[in-house]
Design a protein around this ligand. Structure first.
Ligand SMILES: *[C@@H]1O[C@H](CO)[C@@H](O)[C@H](O)[C@H]1NC(C)=O
Ligand SMILES: *[C@@H]1O[C@H](CO)[C@@H](O)[C@H](O)[C@H]1NC(C)=O
Length: 177
């Protein structure tokens, strides 16, 4: 028969780095506004055909509106299988915050195996000329803080969006539920 797997993916980072537009770009408009009033986050879904008989449903959790705290309730992180930590490459303060976001996540949630939830670091707005964070420092930071990898993205120019999400939702074949 056909089976369907559910993966919860978090999208975190400071305000105005492009998280919400990133999610909209990726899911092309599927959006559930109702969830926001319940948990205080935006919640979107995208279904992917994994193989002939398997579908993966991605639930993307965007913390829109909660970014001032750099500390989320455990329930928000619970059960996540992957995470996007995003900053604005023209804003070094949003880059420095990524360490706190990663630490907040790691201190509150793990995979069922006990391992850290795999995180990708995204340097967004790479279409802009006035960068204030160098590729070299991002690389170093990425290693030092346990990110799986990092990529430059431009939500505006639709660059590396699908590629980045492929990293996050492809940690291995999903386990059969
Ligand atoms: C840079 O990001 C911080 C949050 O990390 C924000 O408070 C600040 O307004 C941003 N600066 C600019 C110029 O966008
Ligand atoms: C995607 O990200 C990689 C790693 O940062 C970068 O080398 C590449 O240029 C990016 N691709 C685009 C189209 O921006």
């Amino acid at each position: 028969g056909h089976c369907s797997h559910l993966l919860k993916i978090l999208v975190i980072g400071d305000q105005n780095v492009g998280k919400t537009t990133f999610v909209h770009r990726y899911v092309s408009g599927q959006f559930n506004r109702d969830y926001r009033s319940t948990v205080g986050v935006d919640f979107s879904m995208k279904a992917l055909q994994w193989s002939d008989t398997e579908t993966v449903r991605l639930h993307l959790w965007d913390i829109a509106g909660q970014e001032r705290f750099i500390s989320m309730a455990r329930i928000y992180y619970k059960g996540a299988s992957g995470c996007v930590v995003m900053f604005d490459v023209t804003n070094s303060s949003s880059f420095l915050s990524c360490r706190h976001w990663k630490q907040d996540l790691d201190s509150k949630a793990t995979l069922p195996s006990g391992g850290a939830i795999p995180c990708i670091l995204l340097a967004n707005k790479c279409d802009l000329a006035d960068r204030s964070v160098s590729a070299e420092s991002i690389s170093r930071f990425c290693k030092a803080n346990g990110f799986v990898t990092w990529m430059e993205t431009s939500v505006k120019d639709n660059k590396n969006i699908t590629e980045a999400m492929r990293f996050v939702n492809n940690p291995g074949p999903p386990s059969v539920v």
